[in-house]
Ligand binder design. Structure first.
Ligand code: SF4
Length: 394
């Protein structure tokens, strides 16, 4: 993994450690007991962490450029990466790409069993097929046998759009019908995979609406024990995508459903990865890291809060130790609202009041806020680390 960890993101390398997540208020339902599936150097399902993945956006056949893209995604915290394979040219490039990257490589296949077979021959870690368009049962069986014999995992990736398109002439599918159709399509392929004694696969049912995504995944979770990949497809640009993904994943993950996630954004895929981690942290499924938050500001603010927050973020760049830092616009409400922060500053007239929890530490001049806040953060982290070191020694 190269580069600095992304802001507010706990980067977990494939072979690295995973700090215990926190369910502070007991709101998470017990995790669904999914079968464990190995994908390259990761194990998915079971009690293993929910993993964050994304797709590359460039030309998979251009290995040099795609490698650079994956390095950037790894630095952002990507834990599995999927690449599209539209033709045999891209399929034949997968082997070299696989040899150069550190995280598991997933080939995304539509419309062509021969492409899936070539991806498997190239040594990818997982092949995602779309049952809606991959071909006949015989073709699916050839792919499954090849994956089984090479120890390659698969994903049955059902997409409500493909099903709607195929079924358009047969039924006037409403969302209720679509839940049934999507789940039936996934289970039809489960039956094919199992008939060949192949069990190393995940399933996903993606739709572009939250209700369909949630309903279909709930039903699928109850119908089988394979690990599930969550996604809201065609979710749009950052704002609508984050809202839809947070709503759907929040419901499902809080119910213990979901083993990998992808936040699909029409935009930067490193952002997909970063927000995926933040979402997991927000739910208590990932250990917290260094985090700066700020009040929204209002007529009571005694300072340019947006400017101050940016300066604090800049001054603390690179810190990863779990520490909650709050930047508050006024001394009237700031200290109370920031009581759960480890270190905070609340602005007064031409001054800043620096707190640890609810205890005021010092009053500083406005122009010294950023420097003094950083010094207090450093002192807080040093004390915590010293205490941890002493505890570890017995
Ligand atoms: S902390 Fe003060 S400035 Fe910030 S939103 Fe609350 S009242 Fe407004």
């Amino acid at each position: 993994m190269s580069g600095a960890p992304a802001r507010g993101v706990q980067v977990i390398g494939p072979g690295g450690s995973f700090a215990t997540p926190r369910d502070e208020h007991g709101f998470l339902r017990p995790r669904r007991k999914a079968r464990e599936v190995r994908v390259g150097n990761l194990v998915l399902g079971g009690a293993h962490p929910v993993r964050v993945q994304t797709m590359t956006k460039g030309d998979t056949g251009d290995v040099e450029t795609t490698f650079d893209e994956v390095v950037g995604l790894e630095a952002a915290g990507c834990e599995l990466v999927r690449a599209s394979v539209p033709t045999m040219r891209e399929a034949k490039a997968l082997g070299e790409l696989k040899r150069r990257i550190k995280i598991p490589l997933v080939a995304d296949i539509h419309f062509s069993a021969p492409l899936a077979l070539e991806a498997i021959a190239q040594g990818v870690d997982k092949v995602r097929i779309n049952p809606g368009n991959i071909g006949t049962r015989e073709e699916v069986e050839r792919v499954v046998r090849a994956a089984r014999d090479r120890g390659v995992a698969m994903r049955i990736g059902v997409n409500s759009g493909s099903i709607r398109e195929r079924k358009a002439l047969e039924v006037k599918a409403q969302d209720e019908d679509m839940v049934e159709l999507c789940v039936r399509e996934a289970l039809r392929h489960v039956e094919i995979f199992e008939s060949l004694k192949f069990h190393d696969f995940l399933i996903s049912i993606k739709a572009h609406t939250v209700p369909l995504t949630v309903a279909a995944n709930r039903r699928l979770a109850a119908a089988c024990d394979y690990p599930l990949h969550l996604g809201v497809t065609h979710a749009g640009s950052a704002e609508p995508s984050l809202i839809k993904s947070s709503a759907a994943f929040g419901i499902l993950l809080a119910e213990g459903i979901g083993d990998t996630i992808r936040v699909s954004i029409t935009g930067d895929n490193r952002q997909e990865v970063r927000v995926g981690h933040v979402l997991l942290q927000a739910l208590g499924l990932r250990a917290p890291t260094f985090d700066v938050y700020a009040c929204p500001s209002c007529g009571r603010a005694e300072i340019d809060l947006i400017g101050l927050t940016k300066k604090v973020e800049e001054a603390t760049k690179g810190l990863t130790y779990p520490c909650r830092v709050a930047v508050m616009g006024c001394i009237v409400n700031g200290p109370g609202e920031a009581a759960e922060a480890d270190v905070s500053v609340s602005a007064g007239k031409g001054a800043g009041f620096i707190y640890r929890g609810v205890k005021m530490i010092k009053k500083v001049r406005e122009e010294d806020i950023v420097r003094e806040l950083r010094a207090e953060i450093d002192a807080w982290i040093a004390e915590k680390q010293a205490a941890e070191g002493a505890a570890a020694q017995g």
